[in-house]
Design a protein around this ligand. Structure first.
Ligand SMILES: NC(=O)c1ccc[n+]([C@@H]2O[C@H](COP(=O)([O-])OP(=O)(O)OC[C@H]3O[C@@H](n4cnc5c(N)ncnc54)[C@H](O)[C@@H]3O)[C@@H](O)[C@H]2O)c1
Ligand SMILES: N[C@H](C(=O)O)[C@H](O)COP(=O)(O)O
Length: 331
């Protein structure tokens, strides 16, 4: 029997429950592989009723989920009741949000699921409840170490048909980025991206294009030296390892259509340099993929959208694309 995907609940006060219910209702039209969600079944049933989504829900174990999927949305209980209302997240629900991620990973480790698909979490809500990781990406790296031993460097990539991007530094204050951007970090990130694009995306020789940090990629040092001192030497080191690495290019001119056609993935020193172009081009269908892990994890490219939670207007396309991509990457 085909293994299901493990979907997490995300922040239950955001749009995650609605997206999951809508993705289930779209399963045939979108040709989705079977999946289950790790959530509070009672909260999901309340959400379906409030949103007027006529999705049957069935509590089950991960092992039975594929069989259940044909008749109902399989819900593996997260074991903690959720109390927050739509648009009003509660710190006390953070434990269920985190437990859902942990259970989803455990089901992959146990061979009961083939990949993890995460619904959005609100970082500030989790931080307030003591969550010590910047986001899913780094937490999943720690869960990989917990279950597989050793150290795992998780790399964030946002992927769409039009563009794939990797932020080399992720959730840190912008003022810290120049200090954290080391040659070692760039080389390690480039190696992981090249390896996973080859092994998980089937690109035999992926083309990696690096942007600069400074305006005009530093204008030969006049507008900053990170390109000369750090980024270019890291690109040289990647080339010496046989990786097709180019740049550093000015970040403002590497995302137009003709430029995008020359590379497979753009790697940028900071979060927003990388994510603004893809969220502008493909916000409704971009997928966040974690590279560098011993298992596949995908996610929609958007957040918890508390402003529209419970209103029934959330677009499930990005979650649907995340489910589809996780299915393709593990088939
Ligand atoms: N994968 C993740 O876990 C993830 C990703 C990004 C942001 N976040 C978190 O989400 C929270 C909110 O972040 P934000 O406001 O910057 O971004 P957001 O993506 O939640 O919302 C930005 C805007 O897009 C709209 N939007 C988002 N998804 C939509 C959808 N599927 N359908 C229709 N409209 C949609 C929202 O209503 C809002 O107006 C933050 O706490 C952030 O940490 C989580
Ligand atoms: N940086 C991502 C974005 O803005 O879309 C997002 O916050 C998700 O991060 P994690 O997958 O690490 O939670």
């Amino acid at each position: 029997m085909i293994l299901p995907l493990a979907v997490t609940q995300g922040d239950p006060s955001g749009i995650g429950p609605e997206l999951t219910l809508k993705a289930y209702m779209a399963r045939a039209a979108a040709a989705l592989p079977p999946f289950f969600v790790v959530a509070d079944p009672a909260q999901l049933a309340r959400a379906a009723q409030a949103l007027g989504i006529d999705a049957p829900i069935e509590e089950t174990g991960a092992g039975e989920a594929t069989a259940v999927f044909a008749r109902a949305l399989p819900v593996v209980p997260v074991g903690r009741p959720v109390r927050g209302a739509f648009g009003a997240p509660l710190a006390e629900d953070a434990a269920a949000t985190v437990a859902s991620i942990e259970r989803a990973v455990e089901s992959v480790v146990a061979g009961a699921a083939r990949a993890v698909v995460t619904n959005p979490i609100a970082k500030s809500v989790l931080y307030a409840a003591g969550f010590a990781h910047p986001g899913h990406t780094e937490f999943l790296g720690e869960l990989a170490s917990r279950h597989y031993g050793g150290a795992w460097r998780a790399v964030m990539m946002l992927w769409s048909q039009e563009l794939a991007v990797v932020p080399i530094t992720i959730h840190i204050p912008l003022s810290e980025a120049p200090r954290r951007l080391t040659r070692e970090l760039i080389v390690e990130t480039g190696e992981i991206v090249a390896r996973d694009l080859r092994d998980r995306f089937g690109l035999s020789k992926p083309r990696l294009a690096f942007s600069g940090l400074n305006p005009h990629a530093g204008e030969d040092g006049a507008l900053g030296r990170e390109e000369i001192d750090t980024i270019a030497p890291a690109i040289d080191a990647l080339r010496a390892k046989g990786i097709d690495a180019r740049g550093p290019f000015p970040a403002d001119t590497m995302f137009h259509a003709a430029a995008r056609a020359t590379y497979d993935v753009a790697l940028c020193p900071t979060h927003d340099q990388a994510l603004i172009p893809i969220k502008t081009l493909a916000f409704d269908r971009g997928v966040n993929v974690t590279l560098g892990l011993p298992f596949v994890r995908t996610s929609p490219d958007h957040g918890t959208a508390f402003d529209i939670a419970g209103k029934g207007v959330a677009d499930p396309t990005s979650l649907i694309e995340a489910i589809r991509l996780a299915g393709r990457m593990t088939s």
